[in-house]
Design a protein around this ligand. Structure first.
Ligand code: CP3
Length: 344
């Protein structure tokens, strides 16, 4: 008799406890894989690569073929959203993203009201190609950046250590900033719904920079917008499975609940898994949270880190993952070792 969805990953999001948890890794497609570096070299720029459905679909499938992860994550980037809103976005080799920063009301008003799917449509084609190529038991995850995290790049024009330019902008120009966040809520809702329509079975909202704000600003710029996206997506697509990943949210984590429309909550490296297993609702699948540096280093630290997490989340819905993305110099043998410890 078959119960559940046929996918360990989707079952976990539906609340099923499993002896061996499903596993995938944030940034599982990418530079630590020689086969990725090989196909990446065939595209002139990173954005060209993201907008090429054949290449992006191949990059999505590579870690599944090599490691047999339980879920694939769409290969794209969170910054295709500002690109499709008309902001100039580029990726400088070895330096990270560069955008024309938004500093005035006029620059905000120059953005499109809605996403331009003449470019972004390629990502939806990647979803269709990938879903058709994946084994049935491997789930396909779509994603977007949370409005706050995407806004930090749109305002500063680049990645920053502590997001100071955007924090300052939000205090000095709360009206423009609120309008920008609302534009991103609407765009992200629409984008996630189009991904679901094209074949993704769950979506993750990456709030990589949510860990720098005082509580009032966290509520206003991180929590409320991500909850609004979840509510809007669930309204149009009632069964949608949504994972929030508010990196660095720490003591704010209990504010994310299943009643808000989340099925899963991603935990970063600094969250105590024993605390999380006790304090966070059993109606949320908890995802995480091995230290990417432990995976990079290997050896006993890796084995102990895996064991710690397996024990803490035993007997409740859990998805094994890292606390943040896999690092490019990570040896493939360490990923294999991690998998053999989880699946033994
Ligand atoms: O395997 C996967 O996870 C799928 C693809 C994916 C990428 N970026 C590919 C990528 C996903 C889910 C992202 C999300 C993303 N992008 C986030 C949120 C998650 C996180 O890591 O915090 C953020 C903040 C970005 C923005 C971004 N994209 C930065 C800051 C950079 C440069 C830094 C870096 O790692 O190079 C990117 C580029 C990027 N996105 C690469 C990849 C594989 C590297 C570029 C290349 O391969 O040439």
């Amino acid at each position: 008799m078959t119960i559940g969805t046929g996918s360990k990953f989707l079952d976990a999001l539906d609340g099923v406890t499993q002896k061996v948890p499903p596993v995938w890794l944030m940034r599982q497609a990418g530079r630590y894989l020689p086969e990725y570096r090989e196909i990446r070299a065939t595209a002139p720029s990173f954005l060209d690569f993201c907008y090429n459905p054949k290449l992006a679909s191949e990059a999505t499938l590579q870690p599944i073929r090599r490691f047999g992860f339980d879920a694939a994550i769409l290969f794209s980037d969170i910054l295709v959203v500002p690109d499709a809103l008309g902001q100039t976005v580029s990726f400088e080799a070895g330096e990270g993203p560069r955008l024309d920063p938004i500093e005035t009301r006029a620059q905000f008003e120059a953005l499109h009201r809605e996403l331009d799917y003449s470019r972004l449509g390629a990502v939806l084609e990647t979803v269709r190609l990938t879903r058709a190529a994946l084994p049935a038991e491997v789930a396909l995850i779509g994603f977007c950046g949370a409005p706050w995290t995407v806004a930090t790049y749109m305002i500063a024009g680049r990645g920053t250590r502590d997001q100071e330019p955007t924090r300052r902008f939000a205090y000095e120009h709360p009206d423009i900033f609120a309008d920008l966040i609302q534009r991103l809520v609407d765009a992200s809702t629409n984008y996630l719904l189009r991904q679901i329509e094209a074949g993704v079975q769950a979506v993750q909202i990456f709030d990589s920079w949510s860990g720098v704000l005082p509580v009032t600003e966290f509520e206003r710029w991180c929590l409320a917008p991500v909850k609004a996206i979840a509510a809007n997506v669930r309204k149009a697509s009632p069964g949608a499975r949504i994972i929030a990943f508010p990196r660095g949210a720490g003591s704010y984590l209990p504010r994310f609940t299943s009643e808000d429309g989340f099925s899963g909550l991603g935990l970063d490296t600094a969250v105590d898994p024993d605390w999380a297993a006790k304090q966070l609702s059993r109606r949320l699948a908890l995802q995480g949270n091995l230290d990417p540096i432990a995976l990079l280093a290997g050896g006993r630290g890796l084995d102990e880190g895996v064991e710690r997490i397996m024990q803490a989340f035993e007997g409740r819905p859990h998805i094994f993952n890292l606390g943040h993305g896999i690092l490019p110099p990570t040896p493939i043998a360490h990923v294999e070792r991690m998998l053999s410890r989880i699946r033994r």
